[in-house]
Design a protein around this ligand. Sequence first.
Ligand code: N01
Length: 477
Amino acid sequence: MRVAIIGAGFGGLCMAIRLEQAGIRDYTIFEKSGGVGGTWHDNTYPGAGCDVPSHLYSFSFARYSDWSRRYPAQPEILAYLDHCADRYGLRPHLRLNTEVTALTYEDGAWRVDTAANPDGEIFDVVVAAVGQLNRPQIPEISGDFAGRSFHSARWEDHDLTGRRVAVIGNGSSAAQLIPKVAERAAHVDVYLRTPNWVVPKPDAEFGPLLKAAFRFVPPLQWAYRAWLFQYSERAVFPALAGGWSTRLLRQRALGHLHAQIRDPDLRAVLTPDYPVGCKRIVLDNHFYPALARPDVSVITTPIAGLTEAGVRTEDGRERPADTIVYATGFQATEFLMPMRVTGRDGDDLQQTWKEGAEAYLGIAVPRFPNLFLLYGPNTNVGHSSIVFMLECQTRYIMGCLGLIEEHGPMEVRPEAMDRWRRALAEAMDRTVWQAGCASWYKTASGRVTNNWPRPMSVYRRVTRRPNPEAYRFTPAG
Ligand code: N01
């Protein structure tokens, strides 16, 4: 069986490791950038890091006792993924700087086209592990700016000392980079359209004793990881699905704002007017203090356009800038774009998804046989570790590979997809994401295409093993 994996981030590497462990060696990992790591390869802005604890944001089967702190910074996560690629012998299978442009199902197999090889290569199975947050979203703002401008996920390293920097956006990326930029720049203008809910990040370094304990007493690491998992499931997730814990979370965020911002006018500007959790909550200790600095201005007047020298707001005022950073997020609801994916009988995936992306278990799409998605529609979690979800998905896909070997190409039945869609919609109604705000979790028409609406333990249960009755099989030959 030949398997194509697209993407060498957490998902793609996890899939490759599972194949290696099962003795399936005929696989290729296509990666459009020059190294492994996915989002952690792309996001190198100052201050980049993860707001999920290190011991949970790593593979359960590749534990690492040397994490330097509770919440890992980008270089450490990237080093971990590089280490995994070496440890499991994945390098010979990696094809870096190779962007997949099209996937076409023909004669019972997938043709994988790349920019360099438009005639394609044939694989039995494709696992798309391209992530949800990989295509930067840069708003169309009229005007020609003469200075340097770039997206936060395409950071251009340059000396910021003495420069005037404009940052557009205030999501998790902006919250991390603004404090670092403010340390160097002469002045930072933060263009804020919607304030976010921010809660403290209980970060700390692991001392040498604790690190040694993690290394030499493995049960301690397992117990810590299990506690982190249970905490996110039982204390954080319920706040996103309603009830008293939502109010507690709101109080916690307001308390953080009051403790860190003394100026009542600035506090008012930074107080969100939508339900907590509707957009991704920001975990950060340095963002508010940075916004309160005398050399940082928070601008809420909408942007009218760019000029050669800076940014003009709707009140007619122009503020000079040497650098503009677009911390404006990603095209998150456009799953698998810009690849052209053509399934059975010429079906086009983007056409299939014109009302919003969806997949059975977030993994399989009717009429697209032997195509499996990692971190696909409705599998994002805002309260815990996506690595857990990826492990559930890769285990499930391994089960599917067994079925394919036995029965031939498999394709999820539309009835199974219908049942899944209904169950998802019912659970989604109980969450905070549906109403009250716009976010990258949902399409412009308001359909939540990105998030998983139930605890992760439920996802683990429903993906434990594939149910052959949910699929139809096409005997090979
Ligand atoms: O992107 P975002 P992000 N004019 O989409 C604003 C993960 N992540 O890169 O809310 C003015 O959250 C937009 O404003 P509004 C995490 O899951 C994790 O920061 O649309 N502003 C918003 O403020 C996160 O959720 C970590 O009104 C404009 C911002 O840009 C996800 O990645 C770190 C605008 C976009 O925020 C994405 O985070 C980084 C315009 N025309 C990322 N267009 C950690 O683990 C957009 N905005 C810590």
